[in-house]
Design a protein around this ligand. Structure first.
Ligand SMILES: Nc1ncnc2c1ncn2[C@@H]1O[C@H](COP(=O)(O)OP(=O)(O)OP(=O)(O)O)[C@@H](O)[C@H]1O
Length: 309
């Protein structure tokens, strides 16, 4: 494995990209010197997946997947469309149950937890899903305040401070009074990110965060994901098709195809992987092991059949 970035201690607040306020300082004693080290459930691995299989009807979506998501890392999960990436995130968060295998988060076996314990664990996971729209009749401030109002008893003054800090972290403190309809797509995604980190999660899961973004917004989001991860001491799982952007911030990449892990390693290791599956996806080749054509009978047979749809 390649060299890793030093990990930051978890600060009380996160400063924004380009902010004049200082970013959180890394633990002066260094990441290896924490007194808790070694006593953490699961050790260095926050999410441990073993032999995970999941079907939808007769379709095998994931097949015997093993993964280790290391604490403090940005771990990317990449692969062609329909290959089970979103399903994997839903399994990690306990929204779906596996047919076989186990998922441990911080030493807790997700699918054996009772309702209350699962709810508590989920609160430690921020999620930025593609469909995670903002509440359209609430302004930016209220959208970020929403999870805090729902899940905490914070007084108005503390709540206001926290919301402003989260908005500052995504560079949108000045946009607090805007309504979602007044935001660009990139701003809306950043507000959703501020909302996702409102409850100070340990981990954040991103499902295609760059989809539909222009290059500038995409660049901002890429930087933000890495900076938030490091400054807030998060662990990030990033599902994305955007090869270059993702490779630029990931510590580790899993490439999955047809529900199986076909490669894993640092971005450098994946870039050097010569397998046809990996190259087709990483280089965006239109045909290869993943066929352009959905399985069908020979074209001539189809065309010669008269009067059949
Ligand atoms: N609710 C559902 N009911 C039935 N099948 C589903 C459902 N959700 C997903 N699938 C199927 O499961 C497979 C994996 O879907 P999934 O969304 O996990 O893929 P993905 O890799 O995230 O795709 P994309 O990159 O296009 O978002 C697909 O074949 C999809 O059609």
């Amino acid at each position: 494995m390649g060299s890793r970035r030093p990990r930051a201690a978890r600060p009380a607040a996160v400063s924004a990209i380009g902010s004049s306020e200082p970013a959180a300082q890394p633990d002066a004693a260094g990441p290896g010197s924490s007194p808790e080290k070694g006593s953490r459930p699961g050790g260095d691995v926050l999410v441990k997946i073993r032999g995970l299989s999941f079907r939808r009807g007769s379709q095998v979506v994931l097949h015997r997947v093993d993964m280790d998501i290391r604490r403090g890392d940005v771990t990317a999960v990449m692969g062609p469309s329909g290959t089970g990436k979103t399903t994997l995130l839903k399994l990690i968060t306990g929204q779906l149950r596996p047919d076989a295998g186990t998922i441990e988060v911080d030493g807790q076996s997700v699918h054996t937890l009772g309702k209350t314990a699962l709810f508590r664990l989920r609160r430690r996971m921020g999620m930025l899903f593609q469909s995670g729209a903002l509440l359209t009749d609430l302004n930016v401030f209220e959208n970020v305040a929403y999870p805090l109002r729902e899940h905490t008893d914070l007084g108005p003054s503390m709540l206001r401070k926290l919301v402003l800090l989260k908005l500052e972290a995504v560079g949108l403190r000045g946009a607090r009074d805007l309504m979602p309809s007044e935001l660009s797509g990139g701003m809306a995604r950043r507000v959703a990110l501020a909302r996702a980190i409102a409850l100070d999660p340990d981990m954040i899961l991103y499902d295609e965060p760059f989809t539909g973004q222009d290059p500038i917004s995409k660049g901002m989001l890429v930087t933000l994901i890495r900076q938030l991860n490091d400054a807030a001491g998060l662990t990030s799982i990033l599902v994305s098709h955007d090869v270059d952007e993702t490779a630029s911030i990931a510590d580790h990449i899993y490439v999955i195809s047809h529900g199986e892990v076909i490669a894993q390693g640092t971005p450098r290791e994946i870039a050097a992987d010569r397998s046809a599956w990996v190259r087709q996806f990483m280089d965006g080749l239109p045909d290869g092991p993943v066929h352009f054509h959905y399985t069908a009978p020979p074209l001539a047979d189809d065309l010669l059949q008269r009067g059949v749809a």
